[in-house]
Design a protein around this ligand. Structure first.
Ligand code: HEC
Length: 185
């Protein structure tokens, strides 16, 4: 009887875990489009107002603020990549390993647009969603960055590694985390 109870509670907690993971993944996924849209709109309007140099400056100033704005408690949203422009966006060990897994999955034929991963790590729910390099990204992250623009990027991001990307290549990922409430909270 005891064995059965242990077995059952084990099975139940595995089911509850899967259920929680699914719910939090769905909730997290709803936060990404507005964050992404806000970033794109900001770059686009800065570009229209003052060209690409202005857009880089706007990005530097506003990207961290936009991430903060879209981090609604208990969620924290951000972006990361294996090659970053802003060192503040560098991946931690877990993020790096997920990004490496995305590279492998993409090489094995999975579409970047559907690459995502979620997991509970040390009492936190974490998820990542791949960001492909689109046409609109190449001017600032591609192989042929205009010299005037490259000079501004060099000046503002002396450690920049986020260039040389090709269309359709993995640029980075959205990264989300959420503290999981325990029964005692
Ligand atoms: C006007 C130039 C410009 C354009 C266009 C642009 N970016 Fe960026 N990108 C930047 C700058 C500047 C940063 C650093 C922002 C910061 O300081 O947080 C950045 C940062 C990022 C990051 C965060 C990781 C890192 O490298 O620091 C990702 C991911 C990213 N860009 C993806 C994209 C994608 C995808 C597109 C196209 C849809 C795009 N970018 C278009 C300038 C640009």
């Amino acid at each position: 009887m005891r064995m059965v109870t242990i077995f059952l509670s084990g099975a139940l907690s595995v089911a509850a875990y899967a259920d929680d993971l699914e719910k939090m993944t769905a909730e997290g996924a709803t936060l990404i489009p507005s964050f992404q849209q806000h970033l794109m709109d900001t770059v686009k309007s800065a570009m229209q107002a003052g060209g690409p140099v202005n857009a880089v400056e706007a990005c530097q100033l506003l990207a961290p603020q936009i991430a903060d704005q879209h981090s609604q408690t208990p969620w924290v949203v951000g972006r990361t990549a294996l090659k970053v422009r802003n060192p503040d966006n560098a991946p931690d060990a877990w993020e790096k390993q997920v990004l490496e897994q995305f590279v492998k999955r993409a090489a094995a034929g999975e579409a970047l647009s559907s690459l995502a991963h979620s997991e509970i790590v040390k009492g936190e729910f974490r998820m990542m969603k791949a960001i492909p390099t689109g046409e609109a990204c190449l001017g600032c992250h591609g192989k042929e960055i205009k010299p005037e623009l490259a000079a501004v990027i060099d000046q503002r991001y002396p450690q920049d590694k986020a260039r040389g990307f090709a269309l359709g290549e993995l640029r980075g990922a959205f990264t989300l985390r959420r503290i999981i409430k325990t029964a005692n909270d």
